[in-house]
Design a protein around this ligand. Structure first.
Ligand code: AMP
Ligand code: GLY
Length: 424
């Protein structure tokens, strides 16, 4: 079949790589893609949010499955757009409806959903500029550190964690009165700080059945030892060693099952991925966020461990036929190290020539922010490449990734050398 994949990052290159391993994939198109996705499929120059163009493309190329990588098209309602168009309604699409995507698109909606379904999460209250005074007072009743979250999508930047009350109050004012994060911070969720270690849990669902995909740990800060500014993610390890069977059972019983039941009860059309951001507090899992897509760079560590034909799985989810489908996971560990442009996540230069991509090796080199210029692969984003390796344990896998990185270079290249160090 012909498949259309929307997105352009490392996550999408990992999807493209795995989809094209399937004998069922005749032709893969990636919109808009990057220089890496062009190696395994054909890039289609259109934005992942340009619904009319996507429609035209699906019809002219006889697309039989659409896979949505990033959250933006989902939050903008691409799944509803397909369902409501008689020419598109029969094309299976992997992703939740717009209502389902609100689990990521609005932190308040997500918190209310968790409350309704008794899913463990931090205590919270939400405020707008109309009740700013109450928000300022609410902060006084909390213990530091203070967690302030812009309600809407803010490209991963909308969460502030502050140690000091005056600073937290000033930030709340800026978010609500000056729209520090644009429309996303017209509403702010203030929540209790949870102290513990984070992990990401991924679920594929058709809204009735679900399959739990491998867990992963993401490294969000730019600096070693988890210091400095937040980024999209600097590396990942899968599986997470501390997420043993007993802990996974807690996650399934307390979080995954109530989430799927909640989706069913509220009649939310949801045929796609749920990415649950968790914190392990003591021995108990708490949800810090839902995302309605796979994580990046977690996908680059998770997908290479899935041995089942990915096209079969995606199609089953999109058609509501996940029940009975099998899922086989590679028991080895996978690690991903992200190479970024100097200066990222602040200003950085683009257009730097990347060398060393041709070298053969066991590692997978996924492109994130790359493009082709006069026949050369050049940098075009903050996160440039994601290097994934598999081995019997994550330390060996990391060694392989770091060895592969030695052979790659571009001006200003930076990466964290401490991925996985906190895992023992
Ligand atoms: P989010 O965008 O919701 O993933 O939040 C960004 C980061 O802020 C998370 O990855 C956590 O490290 C941190 N965070 C969010 N909520 C909390 C919380 N309630 N307690 C502690 N840390 C949090
Ligand atoms: N790596 C975190 C995310 O994709 O949101």
């Amino acid at each position: 079949m012909n498949i259309l994949l929307l997105g352009s990052g490392g996550r999408e290159h990992a999807f493209a790589y795995q989809i094209t391993q399937s004998p069922r994939c005749k032709q893969l198109y990636i919109a808009p893609g990057n220089a890496g996705t062009a190696l395994v499929g054909e890039n289609a120059p259109m934005a992942a949010t340009d619904f009319p163009k996507i429609k035209e493309f699906c019809l002219s190329k006889q697309i039989a499955l659409v896979v949505v990588g990033p959250e933006e098209p989902l939050v903008k309602g691409i799944v509803d757009f397909f369902a409501q168009d008689p020419a598109l309604a029969a094309i299976p699409i992997v992703g939740p409806s717009q209502k389902g995507a609100t689990l990521e698109g609005s932190k308040e909606f997500a918190k209310e959903f968790m409350q309704r379904h008794h899913i463990p999460t931090a205590r919270y209250a939400s405020f707008t500029k109309e009740n700013l005074e109450q928000g300022l007072q609410f902060l006084q009743t909390m213990a530091p550190p203070y967690v302030l979250k812009a309600d809407g999508l803010a490209a991963g930047k909308g969460v502030l964690i502050l140690d000091n009350l005056e600073q937290a109050q000033a930030e709340l004012k800026q978010m609500l009165l000056e729209e520090k994060f644009g429309a996303a911070s017209q509403k702010v969720v203030i929540e209790e700080f949870l102290k513990g270690i984070e992990l990401s849990c991924f679920v594929l669902t058709d809204g009735k059945s679900y399959r739990i995909l491998p867990t992963a740990k993401d490294y969000k800060r730019i600096g070693e030892g988890d210091t400095g500014l937040n980024t999209g993610g600097m590396g990942a390890v899968s599986p997470v060693p501390f997420a043993d069977e007993a802990f996974m059972k807690k996650i399934e019983d307390r979080i995954i099952i109530p989430t799927i039941e909640g989706i069913k009860k509220e009649q939310i059309h949801y045929r796609g991925f749920i990415f649950i951001g968790l914190i392990k507090v003591g021995n108990d899992p708490y949800v810090i966020e839902y995302n309605v897509r796979m994580g990046d760079p977690e996908t680059e560590a998770v997908l290479p461990r899935i041995q089942t034909d990915l096209v079969d799985l995606l199609e089953a989810a999109a058609k509501g036929q996940l029940e009975g489908s099998s899922l086989s996971i590679d028991p080895r560990s996978a690690t991903t190290v992200v190479l970024v442009s100097g200066g990222y996540p602040e200003d950085y230069q683009k257009g730097k020539v990347i060398s060393g991509l041709q070298e053969q090796g066991e590692s997978l080199v996924f492109h994130a922010g790359t493009s082709l210029k006069e026949g050369e692969v050049v940098t075009s984003g903050g996160r440039v490449l994601a290097i994934t390796s598999l081995a019997d344990n994550f330390k060996e896998a990391l060694k392989k990734s770091y060895n592969r990185i030695e052979k790659i270079s571009f001006e200003g290249m930076y990466y964290r050398k401490d991925i996985g160090k906190d895992l023992g």
